[in-house]
Design a protein around this ligand. Structure first.
Ligand code: BDR
Ligand code: CA
Length: 307
């Protein structure tokens, strides 16, 4: 299995993504780091602890950024609820591990062989950017860097920008300039993973443990059809996990991207050159298409057997 670090801001879809990762034998999740984002850091850490606690697994969870590099985070309680889990109450999880996220990320990378660590970012990537910016040589330890971030078309938090990219554009810029091909699930991809009442009905036919029942409760709490005139709700973050464990579900192509770090109306926009109009070398493995039925089958197959 792949040695894996997950950096997240749970978050309804982060919670489902964590369960997908922890239910998948392809991944050996060695560290979970947490930032603020969807809700404040006090809530995102409590939620990460509760989500992991329900699996009975013992994985260090380390707190990190409570604000972005340049500004406070803006929360997204309209989507995730004031508690970040759509009002779904879980038993309190294990305590946080000591230390600070960026240090823990660097420690794990330093202790790992070259090209051996899968790093997955599901929120504003402040913690990951701090880790790599302060010890750039550790990039050689990375096998894959996988993010849910950005959009090549419309944003969701502003017309221009996706929520994670907008919450810390400078941090995302650092990651896009590491010399890696960042595997990225944009909104254009995650909008292919829409949870609808019919999808939930199909998933709910499967029996499972406490994690699966909690995941279904969270899916039912998603604010469907209330935003952006879409039917259903895109299950963003699990797409990034699925790419690592089941790449055959995705159509991927290389592309080049930069993120707008100006302070105008396009702040946080990911400008993705899908047709190489600028002639620059690729820095993305851009996920373009998703086999949605296969994706939801995978979710059920991996999460339902968890405790
Ligand atoms: C992203 O923003 C957050 O609200 C979700 O957890 C996801 O990571 C989607 O734009
Ligand atoms: Ca997230």
């Amino acid at each position: 299995p792949r040695t894996t670090i997950i950096d997240c801001d749970p978050g309804t879809d982060d919670a489902v993504a964590l369960w997908l990762a922890l239910g998948s034998p392809e991944l050996d999740v060695k560290l979970i780091t947490v930032a603020g984002g969807n809700v404040g850091l006090d809530r995102t850490t409590a939620n990460a602890r509760a989500v992991v606690g329900l699996t009975g697994r013992d994985i260090p969870i380390v707190a990190g950024a409570e604000r972005s590099l340049m500004a406070p985070f803006r929360a997204e309680t309209a989507v995730h609820g004031n508690d970040g889990l759509g009002g779904v109450v879980l038993p309190a999880g294990p305590p946080l591990a000591p230390g600070i996220a960026a240090d823990a990320i660097r420690d794990l990378l330093r202790a790992s062989p070259p090209g051996s660590v899968t790093v997955i970012g599901l929120g504003p990537v402040t913690n990951l950017a701090l880790a790599f910016a302060t010890e750039p040589a550790l990039v050689d330890r990375v096998q894959d860097l996988v993010l849910m971030s950005g959009a090549w078309s419309e944003g969701n938090i502003t017309p221009a920008a996706e929520f994670n990219a907008w919450n810390d554009p400078e941090a995302l810029a650092i990651l896009l300039n590491l010399g890696l091909k960042v595997a990225i699930a944009t909104l254009d991809l995650t909008f292919q993973a829409k949870v609808t009442p019919a999808v939930i009905e199909g998933l709910a036919a499967r029996e499972g443990g406490a994690c699966w029942r909690a995941a279904l409760a969270i899916l039912r709490a998603l604010p469907m059809s209330r935003r952006m005139h879409h039917e259903g709700f895109p299950l963003h973050d699990p797409c990034a996990i699925a790419w690592v464990i089941a790449p055959d579900l995705f159509g991927v192509k290389e592309a080049e991207a930069e993120v707008d770090c100006t302070t105008g109306p396009s702040r946080g926009r990911t400008v993705i050159d899908r047709w190489n109009r600028l002639g620059r070398p690729a820095n993305l493995a851009l996920m373009e298409t998703l086999d949605a039925p296969g994706f939801f089958d995978l979710l059920a197959a991996r999460i339902a057997p968890l405790p």
